[in-house]
Write a protein that binds this ligand. Structure first.
Ligand code: FAD
Length: 417
């Protein structure tokens, strides 16, 4: 049992785990959270269902972490997906596995996860202060404590788990980055990840509100100079997406965006009928047309496509929507099939970082000891969660990063190892 206090800044996913494990081995832990409730972001994760982690082998996790995966080696092996599942089970939250290994609470209620972990964190020797941390107290290359917004000083080691800068209304407004920077840490460029995509096509915006299920979204690195000539495929998945007033969003698009790094020289294609080869689709259209020979082509595709999409698909195929079905040529039908199998969109930007599911960028990993989460610049300062320059794809990987780094920070700050 260490005598010195530990102050955890942030009662989110990482801070709650850090607090709970620190309190096991330390006389007093102070949790500073500026929101009135703990785990505010946690409560809206996974559309309110909380995708807690992923059932994949830990080795697979690294493939789902595009930014600084190696830094997380110790953390992910010290507190694994099985560890968080077991912990939640002990706390009364049973879990289930869904498509893609995604783990959710059986209740489908993210609030159950947040409540269980808040209860777990608030042990007898944990004092909760609802206030905002304004900065760190430092002397001789070490951290002595925290200064709160109201001027009050708290003394002890510090675990900074203040999150990123996305969804600021949940509390993660980027103040953690400022505190870390003032302490001398480098903050790498902050960018949105898992973010809706703005596209140049006006027709996409006109379809705002239309959602597509069971389509395949693919992203290709564009040809030289961002031309639409396709290059390497960097993402291709089956799932759901939707059109918005600025372009596209939904699960497939968010996942795709995390693969679109750097400049936006990409092309997106939507396969509206992934279950049919182009030949089968062509035959299917021919069959559908046979029953409707005297109709305008605009009214002959209802069985195949959502109504709102039909005039757009026809226009992109170069077919006059008022043309009678009996006069549609073989070439026109082939072009139609090609458009249905590869509706092309041109990304021109991302929505603002405040709308991102995660912040990419953060405290530079070269300045943090990956085995302890302690700052290499200031003794007694630890980091956990999204504030660190790591981020992952969808599937529960981002929360696992928060659990694993929170655990390492809590255990090491309290001297448990
Ligand atoms: C809509 C949405 C859905 C998501 N769904 C999933 C999902 O299903 N699965 C998944 O793996 N990931 C998901 N994520 C990502 C995941 O929620 C985050 O990666 C994770 O919450 C990061 O945890 P954290 O503890 O580092 O930060 P946060 O959860 O953001 O917690 C930081 C806490 O610090 C507090 N704080 C900040 N600054 C201060 C300060 N100066 N003083 C005091 N307190 C402060 C904040 O109020 C906040 O409570 C989702 C994110 C969003 C936005």
């Amino acid at each position: 049992m260490t005598e010195s206090n530990i102050i955890v800044i942030g009662g989110g996913a990482a801070g709650l785990i850090a607090c709970a494990f620190a309190a096991r081995h330390c006389r007093q832990v102070i949790l500073v959270e500026k929101n009135k409730i703990l785990g505010k972001k946690l409560r809206i994760t996974g559309k309110g269902r909380c995708n807690i982690t992923n059932a994949a082998e830990i080795d697979e996790f690294f493939k789902n972490i595009p930014t600084n995966p190696k830094f997380l080696y110790s953390a992910l092996y010290s507190f694994t997906n099985d560890d968080i599942i077991d912990l939640l089970k002990r706390l009364g939250v049973e879990t289930k596995t869904e498509r893609g290994g995604r783990i959710f609470p059986v209740s489908d209620n993210a609030g159950d996860v947040a409540d269980a972990l808040s209860g777990f964190a608030l042990k007898k020797n944990v004092k909760l202060i609802h206030d905002e941390a304004a900065g760190l107290l430092k002397s001789n290359g070490r951290v002595d404590g925290v200064i709160l917004k109201n001027g009050r000083k708290l003394y002890g080691k510090v675990i900074l788990a203040a999150g990123g800068t996305s969804y600021p209304l949940t509390g993660s407004d980027g103040s953690g980055f400022r505190i870390a920077a003032e302490a001398g840490h480098t903050i790498t460029q902050l960018k949105p990840s898992l973010i809706p995509v703005i596209t140049s096509e006006k027709w996409a915006c006109a379809l705002a509100g239309l959602s597509l299920k069971n389509v395949v979204l693919s992203v290709y690195k564009a040809g030289e100079g961002g031309t639409s000539k396709k290059k390497k495929c960097i993402f291709s998945e089956l799932g759901e997406m939707l059109f918005t007033h600025y372009g596209v969003s939904g699960p497939l698009v968010l996942s795709a965006s995390a693969h679109m790094r750097g400049d936006l020289e990409y092309v997106m294609t939507i396969d509206l009928k992934p279950g049919l080869s182009i030949e089968k689709l062509n035959a299917r259209i021919l069959r559908d047309f046979e029953d409707e020979l005297n109709k305008d082509v605009l009214n002959g595709l209802d069985k195949l496509l959502p109504k709102a999409l039909i005039p757009i698909v026809l226009k992109l195929s170069g077919i006059d929507e008022r043309k009678k079905i009996h006069s549609i040529t073989k070439e026109e039908r082939m072009r139609l099939s090609e458009v249905i199998k590869g509706l092309t969109l041109t990304p021109i930007g991302f929505r603002p970082i405040s709308e991102a599911i995660v912040t990419s960028g953060g405290v530079c990993v070269n300045e943090i000891n990956p085995s302890t989460m302690e700052s290499k610049l200031l003794k007694g300062l630890y980091f956990a969660g999204e504030i660190i320059d790591v981020d992952a794809y969808t599937g529960g990987f981002n929360l696992q990063i928060a659990w694993s780094t929170g655990y390492l920070a809590g255990m090491n700050a309290s001297g448990a190892f």
